[in-house]
Design a protein around this ligand. Structure first.
Ligand code: FAD
Ligand code: NAP
Length: 474
């Protein structure tokens, strides 16, 4: 193994000795995928990486997605900061691919381009009333609002009602429910102060979390569900409450499930049957997990659900639920609906092939189809599913493809120098674009931490783009 590594390093050294210039790679997006891909690429000493980011600040969903009360998850930022400080890495923030620079520019300027710009669009229900309903917001915007995404800071959200519905059974749905529940010490986290104030004044008493399939098909994970149940002990209800009995699902019959799925199901089975309380009797917030309920229509202050069912135990364990025989419907009156049914990627250039089902770019091991030196990683490559650790794996697969293409010289123009940022900077200068360097971000970071300390919290994020740019300039 050791011998193999030494030989590989020697080959790389010889190659770089033969080449009088570095191999320039542009990475677009500074979320986990951008940084993990960069980290792996740096293993080849010939490679230099320029990271382009649309926003003036780095770290993608680690800053703008991960819930404020999950501070530990954000520790990955330390390793990303070390990468950004590497001599062979440059960060160029406030530069968006498509509106500021074109993919064609990057292809010309760099030996390879890695697109890591994530999934910035909502999936839609495509049901009547969805577009018109004033009280429907997407989880993406709600999360952006409490986490300080500049374009979500003015989101109108009705917290002056007693009932909210969250559509979807993923971890984002649980994040939204937990934040609306106001977990202890939320005010000390990096949640934006305006969101925290509004949430603390919220009148919401009951939150429905609505799944179109059953508990065994839920996408949320045991850790997150357990956290919610522990925080809100005694105030969680499953509907229909006999959902496991009806299909005769017992712990013993769960043997065929995978271990994580079995653990989650055991947890859900352990929730005791309870009657739905009257709203005036609820202390705090009640969570009602409503399964087998497919959103059918949205009227402004209510949602209509079509009841679905499984035809067999096998179906209950791993299949699709169908509209029930009587074709019955249920209406829930609610002042707020949060659609949390997933994200999909934006296509920033017409030459990029899009896999509609996945909501991601068509690629093989990170190589974007139809291109010779364009790659992708993270959610843009896999679709919007998976945790940060999953993004690391996807990024390593992509970086490995690039390193292989370098080694096997299948990357075009590998024997010629490329202008890299020198060319891109001319385009940006011609547009008088203010570019944010990593040191500029560190100034924003310092100010945010200072503002936070004054308020007794970890950070108070700047949410105004012009204030961010001004701070960066100072
Ligand atoms: P992103 O993190 O979205 O990064 C994409 C980057 O590209 C962003 O910085 C964006 O601004 C930039 N960009 C977009 N368009 C352009 C453009 N045109 N030009 C230049 N730059 C652009 N995982 C966990 O492990 N733990 C958690 O607690 C957790 N919580 C989450 C909470 C939410 C609400 C969400 C949505 C996800 C959560 N995840 C969590 C999953 C995790 O965030 C993702 O796995 C990971 O962020 C995906 O990384 P990425 O780099 O592919 O995308
Ligand atoms: P997700 O896990 O894919 O969940 C989406 C949910 O929406 C599913 O329950 C899905 O149900 C439902 N859905 C999709 N289309 C629907 C429709 N038309 N009608 C009704 N329901 C519909 O997505 P996510 O919650 O956005 O999370 C994205 C990723 O981030 C996940 O991998 C998640 O684990 C990760 N994340 C992790 C954490 C954490 O670790 N703490 C926190 C947040 C997010 P079906 O299964 O029936 O399609």
């Amino acid at each position: 193994m050791m011998l193999l590594l030494t030989r590989k390093l020697l080959t790389l050294k010889m190659a770089s000795a033969a080449r009088a210039f570095s191999l320039k790679v542009a990475v677009v997006g500074s979320g986990p995928a951008g940084f993990y891909t960069t980290q792996k690429l740096l293993r080849n000493p010939e490679i230099k990486v320029d990271i382009y980011e649309k926003l003036p600040v780095p770290f993608g969903l680690v800053r703008y997605g991960v819930a404020p009360d999950h501070a530990d998850v954000k520790n990955v930022i330390n390793s990303f900061t070390a990468t950004a400080n590497n001599d062979r890495v440059n960060f160029y923030g406030n530069v968006a691919l498509s509106s500021d620079i074109r993919l064609e520019d990057l292809i010309q300027a760099y030996h390879a381009v890695v697109l890591c710009y994530g999934s910035a669009q909502d999936r839609l229900l495509n049901i009547p009333g969805e577009q018109e309903a004033e009280n429907l917001i997407s989880a993406r915007n709600f999360v952006g609002w409490y986490n300080g995404v500049p374009e979500d800071k003015d989101l109108k959200i009705n917290l002056d009602c007693d009932t909210a519905c969250i559509i979807g059974n993923g971890n984002v749905a649980l994040d939204c429910a937990r934040i609306l529940f106001k977990p202890a010490n939320l005010e000390k986290t990096d949640i934006t102060s305006y969101a925290q104030e509004q949430i603390f004044r919220s009148k919401i008493k009951r939150i429905y979390i609505i799944g179109r399939r059953g508990p065994v098909q839920a996408s949320f994970t045991t850790k997150e569900m357990r956290e919610l149940m522990t925080l809100n002990e005694g105030n969680v209800r499953l509907e229909p409450h006999d959902i496991f009995d009806r299909q005769n699902v017992t712990i013993a019959s769960l043997r065929k499930l995978s271990r994580p799925r079995r653990r989650l199901t055991e947890l859900l089975i352990s929730i005791p049957a309870k009657k739905l309380k009257s709203l005036s009797d609820i202390k705090g917030v009640e969570f009602v997990f409503k399964f087998l309920s497919k959103p059918y229509r949205i009227l402004n202050d209510r949602i209509e659900l079509q009841k679905t069912e499984f035809t067999s135990l096998e179906g209950f364990l791993d299949e699709l639920a169908h509209p029930d025989d009587q074709d019955s419907y249920e209406v829930i009156k609610c002042g707020l609906i949060i659609r949390s049914i997933g994200y999909k990627a934006v296509v920033v250039d017409q030459s990029l092939p899009y896999n509609r089902k996945l909501g991601a770019l068509s690629n093989t091991e990170g190589r974007v189809h139809g291109h010779r030196n364009v790659y992708c990683s993270g959610w843009l490559a896999t679709g919007a599913s998976g945790v940060i650790a999953g993004t690391l794996s996807s990024s390593h697969v992509t970086a490995k493809s690039i390193l292989t293409d370098v080694e096997e010289k299948t990357l075009p123009n590998i024997t010629r120098d490329k202008p890299g940022y020198q060319m891109i900077s001319q385009i940006l200068e011609s547009k008088s674009k203010q570019v944010i360097h990593f040191n500029d971000w560190l100034r924003i970071d310092e100010l945010e931490k200072k503002l936070g300390t004054n308020l007794g919290k970890t950070r108070e994020k700047l949410v105004d783009l012009s204030k961010m740019l001004e701070t960066a300039r100072e």
